[in-house]
Design a protein. Sequence first.
Length: 442
Amino acid sequence: MQFGYVSRLEKDAGRWVEQGLLTADAADAILRDVHSRRGGYSFSTVIIILGVICLCFAAMTFVAANWDEMARLLRVGLLIAAMWASYVGSVLAHSRGRTAIADALVLLGSGIFGAAIMLVGQMYHLQGKAEDAVLLWAAGTFVAAAVLRSRGALWLAIILFAIWFLMRLDPDFESAPDAVDFWYLATWLPCAALAWWLHSRGAAHLLAIGLIGWIVISAVILTDRDNTITWFACLHAAFFLVAAIALLSIKGGNWLRGFESAVIGYSVLSIIGTTGVWTAIQVFNDDDAEIRLAVQLMNFIPYVAILAAIAAIAGWARQMRSTQFYDIAFCLVFAAAGALLLTQQAQQIPFDTEFYALALSIWFIRMGWRQDIATVTRLGYFAFALTMLLIYFRTAGTLLGTTGFYLTAGLLLVLGAIFFPRLLRLMPGRPPGSDEEPEAAS
């Protein structure tokens, strides 16, 4: 259930009762139903998990502090005993219906397992790469999560596999086609299967974030190769296509079975990631940005196919007079504008990518309000702040240039807020309700 939804509903229900829109009995029945369906962990469970994390660090620091005073066999035995005691305690707690405590104990055992790998490696001066130790820790944690059906341990395993992937990256991104690390997918897929088996929405969110990160990083690696910038651009446009499908599904066939909001949120996050890569290339590597990004439009045949698919969805929405046509049309506009940013002609415009990123962030904020998806609105605010920060780094040392950009952006925002809604009302054939502004999310 969306964070803050219950407390907001309680306030709204009280106001509706005062206004006579809802009877007190009906309000109580609605709130009882919402509280009965409230998922996730309770606050006390969160405190238990935080306490377990503290115990993991306590175990590591205690062993490290007394490491030299213990015999090697005692050291290994202490770590193994603590780990298995946690796992056995988890089984006992689960048999008594204490699922939260059982989950916390598996997490504790997995943390001790990781500490054992690091400290034993240090004790015996084992040679090897640090990422291999993280991989072993992640694999052991995954096995524990599968055997003991622990969602918390699965979350830890997903995070550890992501860390392992990041540790394997070449910091210079000197890549060939085989530099894309497909081994991460070999760890991602079993975690996804386990998340589906355990019905863990939290793990699903972590997996989605990890997959988006892998896709964006892989696209960045491939952009260092000749003629592969087109694939990065296609990836950028494909996220708009996914968002357009999810938008149409909300008021259409419900094809995604209630996961439309989540898909839109992750599409927005992915778009922010790819746009951030383009902006960062110009900010931190301005000397050869045009060489890396400049391509000819004739190389964009796959890109044009994606744009055609988005246009078809927009046309369908308009034919059905769907209120989603507005946002789907903007998916098409921004996807097409992304292609123009990769041409030499567009790159002659100062701050072209930055203005594109700012416009995107404003649309995200508006779309989050219109669709009542608070996550999208928050991502829009984040993207706006991130873009302004990147602009500051790009213009640092030239205060006049920074001031000029901020002044121009501010004037465009104010003028757009005044005149754009009026232009929308003059457009013929708009779907009903397309110019309605919902209340700002708190």
